[in-house]
Design a protein around this ligand. Structure first.
Ligand SMILES: *[C@@H]1O[C@H](CO)[C@@H](O)[C@H](O)[C@H]1NC(C)=O
Ligand SMILES: *[C@@H]1O[C@H](CO)[C@@H](O)[C@H](O)[C@H]1NC(C)=O
Ligand SMILES: *[C@@H]1O[C@H](CO)[C@@H](O)[C@H](O)[C@H]1NC(C)=O
Length: 303
């Protein structure tokens, strides 16, 4: 009796430790934006590793009129601005039925519309919310889309109004069962952060991932700078699943050629790699998606 008790206690401890580690362990989530640049890229162009959770994020739906000459704000009525000829409802169905590990999200907002910035513009919060809920529900259901990503980068409202409108939009779409996942895509800019951190403070509980745009930092970002930025943003979005990211045209941040995967391996060994996302498939196509393959291979091992 004495002996078996002595043996049991360390075994129990070990078991608890193992359970703890597995809930702590990093996610194998890979996400990629697609369709903003009209380069005819399709879902089936991308390599999809069976051992990752793979999210396409079609970009963008915007609450502007879709007139090509002078788009104007619609107070929450969303229109499709992505390359819908190549990313159609039947193509969504087809990629999802071929790959059970694939989900599709739509990103709303984005940097620009027509020749100007896609400004977050609200004439009345309650009508913005109800217009956004109904117009996005229509699009999400027509395309069989699973989630939304919030990517506004320019604001005509204060942080409180942004947080209220977007937070209620996500909450309502989730409550109605229209979406199962939501993410936000901030970057390191005072105005942007003030809006997204207020949203996080009030509605972080309905936001599943933080697609932090690490590629908006300087082009020469080093591995150690990247690690620092990652820690800073993980504390800004405390408790959030902050994803590592790179841009495939090489215009900013820590590039795959300069150590992005070294940084990811380090995060992974520390149990902090919640996933990787890429902007964007439209540009990666020319590279044969080699860094998408490498990202997924890294995420897939022993998760
Ligand atoms: C996309 O495909 C269309 C139709 O085939 C073609 O006219 C257009 O030039 C293509 N665009 C690019 C950027 O390849
Ligand atoms: C603009 O939106 C209208 C109404 O939703 C739609 O019928 C039309 O096809 C859209 N045009 C373009 C170019 O997307
Ligand atoms: C967004 O706001 C800026 C600054 O006020 C303005 O110059 C721009 O035209 C607006 N964007 C659009 C698409 O109207």
């Amino acid at each position: 009796m004495e002996f078996s008790q002595l043996l049991l206690r360390p075994l129990l401890l070990l078991l608890i430790l193992l359970l703890f580690r597995s809930t702590q362990s990093a996610s194998n989530l890979f996400r990629e934006y697609i369709g903003a640049e009209f380069k005819n890229v399709t879902f089936s162009d991308l390599p999809i590793n069976l051992d990752v959770e793979f999210h396409f994020i079609v970009s963008f739906a915007i609450d502007y009129t879709n007139s090509s000459s002078s788009p104007s704000p619609t107070n929450g009525e969303f229109n499709i601005f992505w390359d819908k000829d190549n990313l159609s409802p039947s193509q969504v169905s087809s990629i999802k039925s071929k790959h059970s590990n694939v989900k599709v999200a739509v990103s709303i907002g984005g940097d620009s519309v027509g020749n100007g910035y896609a400004n977050f513009t609200v004439s009345s919060p309650s009508s913005w919310i109800s217009n956004a809920v109904s117009s996005l529900t229509r699009i999400l259901q027509e395309y069989n889309i699973d989630g939304i990503d919030i990517d506004y980068e320019h604001f005509k409202t204060d942080p409180q109004t942004f947080a209220h409108c977007i937070g209620e939009l996500i909450t309502t779409l989730k409550r109605n069962g229209v979406i199962s996942l939501a993410s936000i895509a901030p970057f390191d800019d005072d105005q942007v952060q003030s809006h997204y951190m207020e949203l996080w403070r009030r509605y972080g509980h309905v936001i599943d991932y933080v697609n932090f745009q690490f590629y908006a930092y300087d082009r020469g970002t080093t591995v150690s700078q990247f690690m620092e930025y990652f820690d800073t943003q993980s504390s800004n979005y405390e408790g959030g699943k902050v994803l590592a990211s790179f841009i495939s045209d090489g215009s900013g941040g820590l590039s795959p050629q300069n150590g992005f995967f070294t940084a990811c391996a380090r995060l992974k060994s520390e149990g902090k790699l919640h996933g990787i996302f890429v902007w964007c498939a439209d540009d990666s196509k020319a590279l044969g998606f080699r860094y998408e393959k490498q990202s997924q291979a890294l995420l897939a091992i022993s998760h």
